[in-house]
Design a protein around this ligand. Structure first.
Ligand code: GDP
Ligand code: MG
Length: 470
């Protein structure tokens, strides 16, 4: 999935004329990716129709970049779908806030309740948890365990079987204790059942929550709309939390949940543990949904940020040839080091995300970049070799004498992958004081990133196909 939209757009940018057929192909590719990301069929159909309407090929001025316009249209469309037009209720301090969690069994309610409580406690709230799940055996124990771990007060019962009664008792008790954020966890069922929704209606009517949060598993797929709608009808859902976004799920079901509940996504769950919880952000979510880091002119933006203007002429020829050289990587590293929080920036760069720097390991990432740069510092570059040639001193690199073209020897600027033979690798390792394996590993990472970049539609100002694209 990852590269499919990228490929479609790249194909499009290579086409001499962007005609109806190319646009249709591109749209089909985008639709397929959205369906694979669990976006509801009806939604995909709407996206397609809307984009077709926006991108009126004939009406576009001759000089406009159609590929960019389509990219932008897709992103805008999805952003629009994620925005229900009104913010959700947010707990405010100094008054009691009551939040009720609903969702099918296994969606992550109990886990997310604790994460939500912990998140707000860090913001200065005084939260408490009420276990109104009397359906699932061990539900109270689970909540108790989580709450104890997070040091959050909790209420529940092993014997009482009426969820409404427990909910009311718990809420009353914590109100008296001046807790300002009372969170009610409810039961679920394996599937949508009338009894479950009736129970949600009753708990909600008895406790009158300020906010009902619908918790959905990010991988539920096409079922998301009906599920969210059913909960919305029994309790007035006002926000959505999507869980298990640490897995393979792209979370396209979130679009359906937003549509069905007319409520925004407020957080995402990214793991089983309490800190694995993030405020929902539209941009990374959309990038992930579309399986690419290059939509919305992202590549252009990256280039503005990463490739300083004064180095553009130097890099441009290589990008035009579609070669992502070690030097380009080096220069990216250089710019990265002078920029803000590493994790954030890095996650935007194709090829760098996730695999290059693990989440929460920005420090290690920084060290890795430093290490890589040290190794690259040990490589020969164009300037160095030219100088040796000018001085008539070819002995720096024996091979130089036997080859006609300079370019194939430049380690940093080289385009020939066979260039990095064992003796060069050994020399680089020696020169930088690193292990041979480390150099090999670095080169592998480089190859992986370069491969990724090869597939990307490049920023138009660096591309020779620019003219054919207009
Ligand atoms: P409930 O039945 O809705 O209360 O769901 P639980 O909170 O019991 O969660 C069901 C399972 O999903 C448990 O094994 C959780 O550890 C797991 N889980 C919940 N949220 C996440 C998440 O964001 N990521 C991952 N990987 N697992 C999660
Ligand atoms: Mg539960």
């Amino acid at each position: 999935l990852g590269g499919s939209i990228a490929r479609a757009l790249a194909r499009m940018s290579n086409a001499t004329v962007v005609d109806e057929k190319v646009l249709a192909d591109c749209l089909n590719e985008i639709c397929r990716a959205l369906l694979q990301a669990d976006v509801r069929f009806e939604t995909v159909r709407d996206v397609k129709a809307n984009i077709k309407r926006i991108v009126n090929l004939d009406a576009l001025a001759a000089g406009t970049n159609k590929r960019r316009i389509i990219q932008q249209a897709v992103v805008d469309e999805i952003r629009r779908m994620l925005d229900p037009g009104k913010p959700s209720f947010t707990p405010s301090k100094g008054k009691p806030n009551l939040v009720m969690f609903v969702g099918l069994q296994g969606s992550g309610k109990t886990t997310t309740c604790t994460k939500y409580a912990d998140y707000h406690r860090r913001k200065g709230f005084n939260p408490a948890l009420v276990c109104a799940d009397t359906f699932r055996a061990g539900a109270f124990d689970q909540l108790k365990q989580n709450a104890t771990k997070a040091k959050i007060p909790f209420y529940g019962s092993y014997t009482e079987s009426d969820p409404v009664k427990i909910a009311v008792e718990g809420v009353d008790m914590f109100r008296k204790e001046k807790c300002d954020l009372i969170i009610v966890d409810t039961s679920g069922r394996h599937k949508q059942e009338a009894a479950l929704f009736e129970e949600m209606r009753q708990v909600s009517e008895a406790t009158k929550p300020d906010l009902v949060i619908f918790v959905m598993d990010g991988s539920i797929g096409q079922a998301a709309f009906d599920q969210a709608q059913a909960f919305k009808q029994s309790a007035s859902v006002g926000a959505v939390i999507v869980t298990k976004m640490d897995g393979h799920a792209k979370g396209g079901g979130a679009l359906s949940a937003v549509a069905a509940t007319k409520s925004p996504v407020i957080f995402i769950g990214t793991g089983e543990h309490i800190p694995d919880f993030e405020v929902f952000e539209v941009n990374p979510f959309v990038s992930r949904l579309l399986g690419m880091g290059d939509l919305s002119g992202l590549v252009n933006k990256i280039h503005e940020v990463i490739v300083p203007n004064n180095q553009q002429p130097h890099i441009a020829p290589q990008l035009v040839e579609g070669t992502f050289t070690l030097r380009l990587l080096y220069e990216m590293f250089q710019s990265l080091q002078s920029m803000g929080p590493l994790g954030q920036v890095v996650s935007m760069i194709p090829g760098f995300s996730a695999q290059f720097i693990e989440k929460g390991k920005e420090k290690e990432g920084q060290a890795k970049i430093k290490r890589y740069m040290t190794m690259m510092d040990s490589m020969t570059d164009a300037g160095e070799l030219v100088q040796h040639f000018l001085l008539g001193n070819h002995s720096l690199d024996r091979h130089c004498e036997t080859h006609l073209s300079l370019t194939v020897y430049l380690e940093l600027d080289g385009t020939n992958p066979k260039l990095m033979n064992q003796s060069r690798i050994n020399r680089i390792a020696r020169g930088s004081g690193r292990l041979v394996e480390e150099v090999v590993h670095m080169l592998e990472e480089y190859k992986r990133i370069a491969k990724m970049w090869k597939k990307l539609p490049l920023p138009t100002n660096n591309r020779r196909t620019l003219n054919t694209n207009r």
